[in-house]
Design a protein around this ligand. Structure first.
Ligand code: ADP
Ligand code: MG
Length: 400
């Protein structure tokens, strides 16, 4: 990684403004999953132990630039206090009188959490004056919010790019993401296998395009496989197909051939007569070979032969990057393909990197999260990173 981290600077006695990703799922005022809070702990603890004045900030949900109790970060400060075993002071505003007074009173090693950044519309608008106000809390700027690193907002990039925070470094979470995702893309252990799924080709064109130059093997599953199969002239019945992307799918198949990348498509599928509605309803389905999809069939998962075939590739892989479920995993009848891929990765010895919100959720849901080398905490951000894009929240940080 070519960016400075909190270990590259002396933080003792300094006001460290840390952009975290505390955008946790909430229901009835309760946090339903605290993974993101836990993910911030290494950075927060390090800064506390090294005598920094730790000022945390984050967004939560989409309050659209207005104060709204429903999106308050108060509950996060309570949970974070429990996890740290130390009181986290909470400011009732972001850059207002309460925040200013509490920052001024903050002692070395103490932690303060500001209220939701998005209570100010200036946050997402990347407003210069808002950046200036935030920077009053900042001798050292720390970005540890990988999940929003693809956004150029005030707290994720503007505060640095406007020149208000000359010392700008990465926290441990961002450093780990860059090491894992970056390591896989730049220096993979070969064979390097990319496994791509999810609903649409259009969502993943950038990722396929970028990985086709790097991977030895690409395994395609999920809804997007059927646009590729259609491009090969196969009958796909009522399966998901983006007709306006068929020519692009043909180009990608050509490109893979030219680059000698082994690109595999499903050889069988689990089909039903309609999309399950509600999504978890127990609907009848059957398994068919890919040449035998009927005109009123909808393919909702890869079949057993495909899972076997892909599993074999994964078991002999050096590095695997996985983005996108193999089927409609939200339904137990169509979760098997995704489960078998996750199991193959869990059993294998390869470096396994999972990116994408639904893919991460699927692996966790299957209880195999701790068997992966790395599950990215950033859905959209990891996708953009896999596309080879520059993430503004990372680009702005000080180079080593
Ligand atoms: P990620 O969030 O990991 O990037 P996506 O958002 O691209 O993944 O895709 C996840 C969605 O793709 C899931 O909601 C899943 O139901 C859907 N999906 C997977 N396979 C199919 C299929 N064969 N037909 C329709 N939808 C599918
Ligand atoms: Mg998704």
């Amino acid at each position: 990684m070519n960016k400075k981290t909190i270990e590259s600077v002396n933080v003792s006695g300094k006001k460290c403004l840390v952009r975290c990703d505390f955008n946790v799922p909430m229901s009835g005022g309760e946090i339903t999953d605290d993974t993101r809070i836990r993910a911030a702990l290494p950075t927060v603890k390090y800064l506390m132990e090294h005598g920094a004045k730790v000022i945390l900030c984050s967004h939560l949900g989409r309050p659209k630039g207005e104060f709204n109790m429903k999106y308050s970060l108060k509950a996060v400060s309570v949970r974070l206090s429990e996890l740290l075993g130390k009181t986290v002071i909470f400011a009732n505003d972001v850059i207002g009188e309460d925040a200013k007074a509490k920052v001024a009173a903050l002692k070395n090693g103490e932690v303060l959490l500001l209220e939701n950044l998005r209570f100010h519309k200036e946050e997402e608008a990347n407003d210069k004056e808002f950046c200036r106000s935030l920077s009053e809390f900042c001798d050292i700027y720390v970005n540890d919010a990988f999940g929003t690193a693809h956004r150029a907002h005030a707290s994720t990039a503007g505060i640095v790019t406007y020149g208000f925070a000359p010392v700008a470094v990465a926290g441990f979470l961002i450093a780990k993401e860059l090491e894992c995702l970056g390591g896989a893309l730049e220096d993979p252990k070969r064979p390097f296998v990319a496994i791509l799924g999810g609903a649409k080709v259009s969502d993943k064109i950038g990722v396929i395009n970028n990985l086709i130059d790097k991977a030895d093997t690409i395994l395609i599953g999920g809804g997007m496989a059927y646009t590729f199969l259609s491009a090969q002239g196969k009958s796909i019945g009522k399966s998901l197909c983006e007709t306006d992307k068929i020519s692009l799918a043909k180009e990608l198949l050509e490109k893979a051939k030219e680059r000698k990348v082994k690109l595999l498509l499903p050889v069988d599928a689990k089909v039903a007569k309609a999309f399950p509605d509600p999504i978890d309803s127990d609907i009848p389905f059957k398994q068919v070979d890919i040449d035998a999809i009927g005109c009123d069939d909808m393919a909702l998962d890869i079949g057993d032969k495909t899972a076997e075939l892909y599993g074999k590739e994964l078991r002999s892989a050096g590095t695997v990057v996985w983005n996108g479920p193999m089927g409609v995993f939200e339904n137990k009848n169509f979760a098997t393909g995704t489960y078998r891929i996750a199991s193959a990765l869990a059993e294998g010895k390869c470096i396994s990197i999972v990116g994408g919100g639904d893919s991460a959720a699927a692996v966790q849901q299957m209880g195999l999260g701790d068997k992966m080398t790395h599950i990215s905490t950033g859905g959209g951000a990891s996708l953009e990173y896999l596309e080879g894009k520059v993430l503004p929240g990372i680009a702005c940080l000080n180079d080593l």
